[in-house]
Structures are given as C-alpha cells and as structure tokens.
Design a protein. Structure first.
Length: 287
C-alpha cells in the first residue's frame, strides 16, 4: 500500500484492538458480535485511511461523510472511533448504561456519527440526500453508506440505487458487508441475493467486489474512486461473520452474543490465537 496514512500492519493492529473492544461489549446485555466482527476491517480502513474525517474536523463543511445503515455493527464503529482518537476509551464501559449513548445503534451524540440508525434500509436515502446536496453545491466531499447484505431485502435499498444513478451521484459509495448471514439465517436460504454484482450493475451502478478483510484490496478498490463518472459506486465486500473468533465464525446462532465474564476472557485470548473457547452462554434465535 503506497501513499497511505497507515501501513497495512498498523491497520491490522488497530483492527485487533477494535475486535477486543467488541468482545468486551459482548457481555452484561451483549451486542451483535458476529455481525460487528465482519465489518471491522472495512470500517477501520475507511475512517483510518480513506475518509477526510478526523476528530478535529467533525463540523467542517469539507469533511467526508459515513453513514452506518447496518447500525447493529456499531460496536465495530465504537472501537474504531476509540482507536483513532474520536472517542474516549472509558466511555465504552458505559455500554448499555442509561448514563451514556453507547448502545446497540449509532447515535449522533457520539463524535464521528453523522446520523442515527435503527430499522434497516433507511440510511441509503439519507446518504443520497447528502450526496445530492454536495453535488448541487459543487463540493467534492465523499459520502459512504455501509449496508448489510440482509438489509438488501428492503426495497428502499434498491430504490436508492435507482435514484442515485438518476442523479449521477458518483460522489456516493454504497459498501455492502457481504457476510452471507442475516440474523440467524444464511441470506441465500431466506431470499437469495446472487448474482449480486450483476444486479447492482443492472440498476446502473459501477461495482467492485473485494475481500473485505484485505487492506490491499480495500485500498485498491477505494483508490479507484470514482469508479465511473456519473455512476453510483458500489463495493461488495465479502466478509466472514465473527471474523477473528473461530468459536463463533460463520455460526448462524452467534449473531447476537451475551457472553459470561469468563467467556469474554477466554475469547480475548482466542483473538490472539491461543485457543478456541467452549461457549455455554445462551444463543438468540428469531424467526
């Protein structure tokens, strides 16, 4: 990786710290652990490398914008903001506390969060509004919206792609966390999405498909922005749910986790490759 703010090794070290934060938030009420772990590397790359967004320019009109539509991945965002100096590490201890805004979805009281999220499928339209305003004003700010692959079941996402291309929003990038799961089911077992790249292309977008855990591929893709003049940019990032923790990787029943304190300590060791963990905490199943 050339002409970067961080080396690949530095980004990997940051991502490991972020994964540690996620594990620590996966107790005393828990969080969406598996889903968050799949998004870590791309969130670290975007905030740490690609976006013009720093703790000192959060109100600057020339800043870039990131919207986390896949809001339940917010532990990955919290951890990244901590490691890059946006947010005090101590605040993560307030996770799910009534005395802070550190909970299951993004909140604009957190520095670096542009818009809150909750129900899936809403933020692509918000991102379009910002991107269109920037186009009209002649600004060259970048706008990114991160979506889950299961979120693509929402029709509003595809309407957003149509609108983005109708207004030639090549300053907008939709990033799809393609971990092949939604809640406790595989996407292809519920509503199949493939061939996903061809679907976005048929809607008029310029598409790149990459390994979402490879900083080299992330850099190569985003360095090519805009992918094609006048077209919405789409990055499909193939990822692994639960990345970094073999005990929960690609497990449909470990999308949301509420581990015991002992399990957390064992999982922190597992992150560093010491062993796998025998999990006894209950899983959350929805239908």
């Amino acid at each position: 990786m050339e002409n970067t703010k961080h080396s690949e090794q530095e980004l990997q070290a940051i991502a490991l710290k972020v994964r540690e934060h996620i594990v620590r938030m996966s107790t005393a009420g828990g969080c969406f652990t598996g889903a968050s772990l799949s998004a870590v590397d791309m969130i670290v790359y975007l905030y740490g490398e690609f976006l013009n967004l720093t703790p000192s320019n959060l109100k600057d009109v020339n800043r870039d914008y990131l919207f986390l539509s896949k809001g339940h991945d917010v532990p990955a965002l919290y951890g990244t903001l901590v490691e890059l100096g946006f947010l005090e590490k101590e605040r993560l201890e307030n996770h799910l506390s009534l005395n802070d805004h550190i909970y299951w979805h993004p909140n604009t009281h957190i520095p670096g969060v542009e818009f809150h999220s909750g129900s899936l499928g809403h933020l692509p339209s918000v991102a379009i509004g910002v991107a269109l305003d920037l186009k009209i004003s002649g600004s060259d700010n970048k706008v990114i919206c991160i979506m889950g692959d299961g979120e693509l079941n929402e029709g509003t996402c595809w309407e957003a792609v149509l609108v983005a291309n109708a207004y030639n929003l090549d300053n907008l990038i939709f990033v799809i966390d393609r971990n092949h799961f939604q809640a406790n089911m595989r996407t292809e077992d519920l509503i199949p999405l493939e061939p996903l790249a061809q679907k976005f292309e048929a809607f008029g977008a310029a598409v790149k498909r990459i390994n979402g855990h490879s900083y080299t591929e992330l850099h190569d893709a985003f360095s090519a922005y805009p992918f094609q003049q006048g077209k919405l940019n789409v990055v499909i990032a193939d990822t692994v749910r639960g990345k970094g923790l073999p005990s929960i990787q690609e497990r449909a029943d470990r999308w949301f986790c509420n581990f015991s304190a002992d399990e957390v300590e064992q999982l922190l060791l597992e992150l560093h490759g010491e062993h796998t963990t025998s999990l006894t905490s209950e899983t959350l199943i929805v239908r």
